[in-house]
Design a protein around this ligand. Structure first.
Ligand SMILES: Nc1nc2c(c(=O)[nH]1)N[C@H]1C(S)=C(S)[C@@H](COP(=O)(O)O)O[C@H]1N2
Ligand SMILES: [Mo]
Length: 176
């Protein structure tokens, strides 16, 4: 009896160690984090748990299948503000050539110009979504996907997002 309890104990320890070691993989091939780098003052690694605690935003938008869904997540602008990207009062002069490269696990990537998501320029909220209709995104489209309301094509609704790089398009500067 005591041996059985010990054996059970060791199995639990070994299984939980294996779980902790394995990087969380999803159907899209993305791990559960996003790096924010480039010309930002605070490079970040964003975890799913961060998104759960940061200011949540809901966006109703029409997906590629033509149907409306309620997406929820954190605004891309908020994440960039946390990383110290040149937004708001700083988005003027030379910084007007700042852009964003968003990369996915499958090698797909898309770009935005910073004014496209700065609240001083636009009311449109580009969302880094982790939920649709109250549930986590399906594995093939998760764990994180951009929702870009107002774009007539969904080509920038990049899923399996793994990295966000802030760059200057005028001189390819990677430092401030
Ligand atoms: N990672 C990644 N995201 C992507 C794509 C892709 O190939 N890889 N295709 C885009 C394109 S072209 C479209 S139209 C939309 C919608 O895809 P869906 O119809 O499969 O949802 O996803 C976009 N997001
Ligand atoms: Mo597309």
């Amino acid at each position: 009896m005591r041996q059985a309890a010990l054996l059970f104990f060791f199995i639990v320890v070994i299984l939980s160690a294996a779980r902790a070691q394995a990087p969380r993989q999803t159907g899209s091939g993305a791990t559960g984090t996003i790096t924010v780098s480039g010309i930002v003052t605070h490079p970040l690694t964003v975890h799913a748990t961060d998104l759960a605690t940061w200011k949540r935003v809901n966006v109703r938008a029409k997906d590629h299948d033509g149907k409306e869904y309620l997406f929820s997540g954190v605004s891309l602008a908020d994440i960039l503000l946390k990383a110290g990207a040149p937004l708001g009062a700083q988005l003027r002069g030379k910084q007007m050539a700042t852009c964003l490269l968003v990369k996915a696990a499958d090698g797909y990537s898309v770009t935005f110009a910073l004014p496209e998501l700065d609240s001083a320029f636009t009311d449109r909220v580009i969302l880094l979504a982790d939920q649709v209709d109250g549930k986590p995104l399906p594995p093939a489209k998760g764990p994180f996907r951009l929702v870009v309301p107002g774009d007539k094509k969904q080509a920038r609704w990049i899923w399996g997002v793994t990295a966000i790089v802030v760059l200057r398009a005028d001189d390819h500067a990677t430092t401030n």
